[in-house]
Design a protein around this ligand. Structure first.
Ligand SMILES: NC(=O)c1ccc[n+]([C@@H]2O[C@H](COP(=O)([O-])OP(=O)(O)OC[C@H]3O[C@@H](n4cnc5c(N)ncnc54)[C@H](OP(=O)(O)O)[C@@H]3O)[C@@H](O)[C@H]2O)c1
Length: 222
């Protein structure tokens, strides 16, 4: 089944990479940006990389969200609350996916910010009528964009309180890895998933790699 998906902040590396994978899998993707022309330009870049016919366009964030059933938030933590609040009318009643990682960086490298709630929970609090799902926190933007095959050595963890929305996102994960995502639990577990990315970034630096997550002990879940 294919879906209409808006990628808010889709002009950045993470949004671009996820949009590329989702469009390649046949979903109708709209890149969102604060600037419609920038969104259109990014959509063209992604369409050119796909090469084959794909449904991908660009629009200002609110228009992108309004025209889609699923909205993926791929924006920085700085300004997150303002952005989500501004899009509240367009997000109501929709599945909203957050891959936002609230991280800090200092002389010791990356670290998870100490917050009272995760980015995903903040989005849910700001738009109670949306079904917010946390996912795609740990897959690197460059892996999404550079590798042409499915990232089948990685797992996509999915957390959320709305079972139907979580199920939908677990299915969408197959566009990225070739297999269904893993149910990681309730939305509050985004408090553990988001800062875990700091560990992966640190590993990337130390081992000069693009690390990802793979969960053992689960029977085939394709
Ligand atoms: N990069 C990765 O490998 C990676 C991996 C996993 C998760 N993530 C998470 O995914 C999110 C996006 O990452 P990214 O590296 O793609 O980020 P980014 O390049 O810093 O930002 C993405 C886009 O967000 C928009 N934006 C920036 N500041 C904004 C603001 N104050 N209000 C509204 N929109 C704003 C910009 O688009 P316009 O200027 O066009 O509006 C920008 O192109 C982050 O939360 C990050 O933690 C990233």
């Amino acid at each position: 089944m294919t879906h209409k998906i808006a990628v808010v902040g889709g002009t950045g590396p993470q949004g671009r990479g996820l949009a590329y994978r989702l469009a390649m899998a046949g979903h109708a993707v709209t890149i969102g940006s604060r600037d419609a022309a920038r969104a259109a330009e990014k959509a063209e870049e992604i369409a050119a990389k796909i090469g084959a016919p794909a449904t991908i366009g660009g629009a200002e964030n609110a228009n992108a969200a309004a025209s889609s059933e699923i909205v993926l938030l791929a924006v920085p933590w700085d300004g997150h609350a303002e952005l989500v609040s501004s899009l509240a009318p367009e997000l109501r009643g929709k599945t909203v996916i957050s891959c936002v990682n609230p991280l800090g960086f200092d002389q010791n490298g990356p670290y998870g910010l100490t917050l009272e709630e995760s980015a995903a929970e903040e989005a849910q609090r700001l738009v109670p009528a949306a079904a917010v799902v946390g996912s795609f926190h740990h897959v690197a933007a460059l892996s999404l964009w550079k590798n042409d095959g499915p990232l089948d050595h990685e797992d996509i963890l999915v957390c959320g309180d709305d079972t139907e929305a979580k199920d939908l996102v677990m299915d969408l994960a197959a566009a990225v890895t070739g297999k269904r995502g893993i149910d990681a639990g309730a939305l509050r577990l985004a408090r553990q998933l988001e800062p875990l990315t700091a560990v992966l970034i640190n590993i990337n630096k130390g081992y000069k790699t693009r690390s990802g997550l793979a969960i053992t002990g689960i029977k085939e879940h394709a």
